[in-house]
Write a protein that binds this ligand. Structure first.
Ligand code: DGL
Length: 266
């Protein structure tokens, strides 16, 4: 049964990564309506030039807002959130929640050192440097930026398993050096078990998903819900590769098949 006046959340990412944030929001607030949009036409964001990224996020979010009534926007992408939030917040008259690497909670858990695993762009952002300066609690933060890790999460959701040897090789610079790892890209909670296996059992993995869900609940002034919302729409900016395998996975999360939304060029 639908609760009266169900609110609608718009969740945005470059790909399937934001689904890890969707899962946390949905677990806390199943009564919401969900619209998920991913900008696969411009994927991977971790390799985009900053001005292009800002324009793409703006165009995707605006296109959704022109077509749907939305109460809150979640930029479920660290790479985008670390640069686009001020511009978006200045333009929109609804709340905008972003996702940034969980350096602060990770540093308070660490005894040895923190690993920040993110996209090549996120590890170089001024925003990330500032987070480390202000919240790393004097713990050493080892950074690793990789687009291949992002691709592995995209593949997994299309039924292609993660190759653990390849993953171990990618994460090798961190192995043995850290006791806490920040999953600083929303794609990575989707391959969390595999990352945990590769890093070894004594490394704690931290991400921002649950904190984002609590923030959405607070901003919408909602109680944790029980009933389900009625809209589970998923939009992409281009035809996704392995569309049917991806749709199969999305169906298990409650979504209708992907629709393509044309994003006006700029
Ligand atoms: N999921 C995104 C993030 O949290 C980025 C993935 C990409 O490079 O497109 O940073």
């Amino acid at each position: 049964m639908q609760e009266p006046n169900n609110k609608t959340v718009l969740i945005f990412d470059s790909g399937v990564g934001g689904l890890s944030v969707y899962k946390e929001i949905h677990a806390l607030l199943p009564q919401l309506n969900y619209i998920y949009i991913f900008d696969n036409q411009a994927y991977p964001y971790g390799e985009l030039e900053q001005n292009t990224l800002i324009k793409r996020v703006d165009a995707c979010v605006q296109s959704c807002l022109n077509n749907y009534s939305v109460d809150i926007v979640v930029i479920a992408c660290n790479t985008a959130s670390t640069i686009v939030l001020p511009t978006l917040r200045a333009k929109l008259n609804i709340p905008v929640v972003g996702v940034v690497p969980a350096i602060k909670p990770a540093s308070s858990l660490a005894n040895k050192a923190v690993g920040l695993i993110a996209t090549p762009a996120t590890v170089t952002r001024q925003y990330t440097q500032d987070l480390i300066r202000d919240f790393s609690n004097n713990k050493n933060v080892e950074m690793l930026g990789s687009t291949r890790l992002v691709d592995m999460a995209e593949e997994k959701l299309r039924g292609i398993p993660v190759n653990l040897d390849e993953l171990r090789n990618l994460l090798a610079p961190l192995i043995g050096k850290i006791d806490v790892a920040v999953l600083g890209c929303t794609h990575f909670p989707l391959i969390k078990q595999e990352i945990a296996l590769a890093l070894g059992g004594d490394v704690t993995l931290v991400d921002s998903g649950k904190a984002i869900a609590r923030r959405v609940k607070e901003l919408l002034k909602l109680e944790a819900g029980r009933s389900r919302g009625e809209r589970y729409t998923i939009l992409s900016s281009a035809l996704p590769w392995q569309e049917s395998a991806l749709n199969e996975h999305l169906e298990s999360l409650g979504f209708n098949p992907i629709q393509t939304l044309e994003i006006p060029l700029f």
